[in-house]
Design a protein around this ligand. Structure first.
Ligand code: SAH
Ligand code: SF4
Length: 340
């Protein structure tokens, strides 16, 4: 909801009411019925008129309690997911930017399910508000656009959400990360924006022949085009970007892959940081993730070329909340086999 819509809803009320409700909604993540400073009648009237964009269908928690996943239903039916990761003193939320995804990466559960629709800025921001509230007393420190969907294929609404997260929720651009599978024109547009958000590029292969297979969008924006766009982002922002690399045993985890990746990372004006994510299992892809020893060896090969890499821990695999596992489906459906 915009400020103008809120003023419209509160027509006839004193002007300060609008500030009170706005602060309640955005700064405290409150629902109108919880805004104790409002007269009771107004609370209930507002609750009847402010419709949440997201209806909670299910909330699951990992066994260790550190990861929460929401399944939401949008007003017109599609399902999306949000993941909150708790750390000792802060929290990170991973938000969805689309219901489904049209990019068709075969190893990704979101891609396997196809595309439903773009999310609005409000639907994106509401995910952050819900997570910020659930994270308390921890501070929600980071917002990453690494949930369902390709944020740069839904550029305007994603950017509208970034601006609102920055302006209303007080997160600095350095604490907001947009991840893209390689929409080169979107990367160039990002370079022209005022807010210097972090950029993560999901690479997975550093030669076109292999990347064409893993990431179909590579046929449209091959590595040369994508790397030029990344270089202009770096030049405009002066900030290092990161490459995401899902390590798939025998597919993209060989010494040759490490060498090609190092060459690309070092060719940028500032060397890229590499995040290695051993592939998480998804229902529609037969490949398996590289084991810990193989991931360590790959990381060493990169280090020997002067490229910094981190192996990500697989948080939330027990509730299908890890990278690439968001399918927008109730967990129970995945477990139930329907006989045919
Ligand atoms: N569409 C954007 C944003 C989603 S981010 C993008 O692809 O960048 C989700 C991240 O998880 C991406 O880096 C994606 O490549 C990665 N990923 C997808 N499927 C995965 C899987 N099965 N295991 C590990 N990582 C995966
Ligand atoms: Fe879409 Fe990203 Fe999944 Fe590819 S990896 S299908 S771009 S969400």
């Amino acid at each position: 909801m915009s400020r103008e819509e809120l003023s419209f809803l509160l027509a006839g009320e004193p002007a300060y009411r609008s500030d009170q409700v706005w602060r309640g909604l955005w700064q405290r993540g409150q629902w109108p019925t919880e805004m104790s400073e409002l007269p009771k009648g107004l609370r209930h009237e507002l609750a009847g008129r402010v419709r949440p964009a997201l209806q909670e269908v299910a909330r699951s928690q990992s066994v260790d309690g550190g990861t929460t996943k929401w399944l939401w239903q949008l007003a017109d039916g599609p399902l999306v997911e949000t993941v909150l990761m708790l750390y000792p003193r802060r929290a990170t939320v991973c938000v969805s930017s689309q219901a489904g995804c049209a990019m068709g990466c075969s190893f990704c559960a979101t891609g396997q399910g196809g595309f439903r629709r773009h999310l609005t800025s409000g639907e994106i921001v509401e995910q952050v508000v819900a997570a910020r509230r659930a994270a308390l007393p921890r501070r929600l420190g980071n917002v990453v656009f690494m949930g369902m969907g390709e944020p740069l294929a839904n550029y305007d609404r994603t950017w509208g959400a970034v601006e609102r997260i920055h302006a209303h929720l007080g997160l600095s651009a350095r604490h907001i990360t947009v991840s893209t599978v390689g929409v080169a024109p979107g990367v160039r547009r990002l370079a022209g924006e005022a807010l210097p958000v972090n950029l993560a590029v999901s690479l997975h292969a550093a030669r076109n022949e292999l990347r064409d297979q893993l990431v179909p969008l590579n046929r449209r924006y091959p590595l040369g085009v994508l790397m030029d766009a990344c270089a202009s982002y770096l030049q405009a922002k002066g900030r290092r970007l990161s490459f995401e690399w899902a390590l798939i045993a025998g597919v993209n985890d060989t010494a040759r892959d490490a060498s090609e990746l190092a060459t690309l990372a070092l060719a940028l004006p500032l060397p890229a940081h590499v995040n290695l994510i051993p592939l998480n299992p998804t229902p529609g892809y037969p490949g398996v993730g590289t084991g810990a020893a193989g991931a360590g060896a790959f990381q060493e090969l990169l280090a020997s070329r002067g490229v910094n890499a981190t192996v990500r821990d697989n948080r939330g695999t027990d509730i299908a909340a890890a990278c690439g596992q968001l399918a927008g489906k109730p967990l129970t459906l995945e477990a139930v086999q329907v006989p045919n």
